[in-house]
Design a protein around this ligand. Sequence first.
Ligand code: KG4
Ligand code: ZN
Length: 336
Amino acid sequence: EQTIKILAIESSCDETAAAVVVNGRDMRSNVISSQIALHTLYGGVVPEIASRKHIEKINQVIAQALSDADMTLQDMDAIGVTYGPGLVGALLVGVAEAKAISYAANIPLVGVHHIEGHISANYIENPDLKPPFLCLVVSGGHTHLVKVTDYGTYEILGRTRDDAAGEAFDKVARAIGLGYPGGPKIEKVSHEGDPKAISFPRAKIADGVYDFSFSGLKSAVLNYLNGCRMKNLPINQADVAASFQQSVTDVLVDHARHAIREYHMDSFAIAGGVASNGVIRAAMEQMCREEGVKFYHPSPILCTDNAAMIGAAAYYDFIAGKRAGLDLNAVPNLKL
Ligand code: KG4
Ligand code: ZN
């Protein structure tokens, strides 16, 4: 069997990341330089700061990824890079870097869709996972229910109409004084709370059964908090966090269950930053057991942004003959 070694680069948001992945599944290194501490000062990602930090870090992150893998640039068969969607300035750093390496070292270039990367994170630790399968991508920017019909071929069954699931976590966290990034903080305090304490809405959308909406839930939480403050009632942060998280979990599980039944899928995967949430993961696992389907999920470190997932996706694009030229550009609103 042929061995394809890919150097992957990811810089779409606030992580500068590089990885070496062999044959799409074998992760040899995975280096992530997180900017979270920097952006926490401002309560969210500041695009201009993100771009500048990527420029500062990218060379050293790539060098580390190659050295961790015990390989050199000359060993690489391709360079895979995220070219969208994401912050345009942040994406441009990775794209320009990848093009420079591709040109200088004469290595083929493959442009990768960020969401395709998140989905492909599942290939790394699950050698038996093969399309077709259903995947729920829940991140800070996206909430997509996707049917993966083949490698590189996707059918979007549903998407969010407003806020992404991770965005809702981040906004609610801010409202209850937990700060950025909200997801992990809400999960942590939710363990001390009662998920049934407050009944928040579970949004149903009449047409387009598989679409999501989280802005109503976010407003319900804000209204609840305002009501408590006006009536001088105490706010139990842990109960709000746990109840909000339960509402998101119920909606995600409900949509996934219906799609599994309608599309007769026997494998279901989750992906994206929110997929690292233990409560959501446990609920999905339980639902999959009830439905008799196999459940897949990446390790938490492969759920949030990383380059190994880009290397996995790039491999399947590469063997399908897809190549990018030196005219590859960042596409901030790239569609799947
Ligand atoms: O996939 P990701 O790293 O970046 C995007 O592509 O958006 O996802 C980041 C999002 C943030 O909104 C963050 O709050 C959320 O994932 N997140 C979580 C958890 N860890 C990260 N949400 C819920 N529970 C978590 N444990
Ligand atoms: Zn992401």
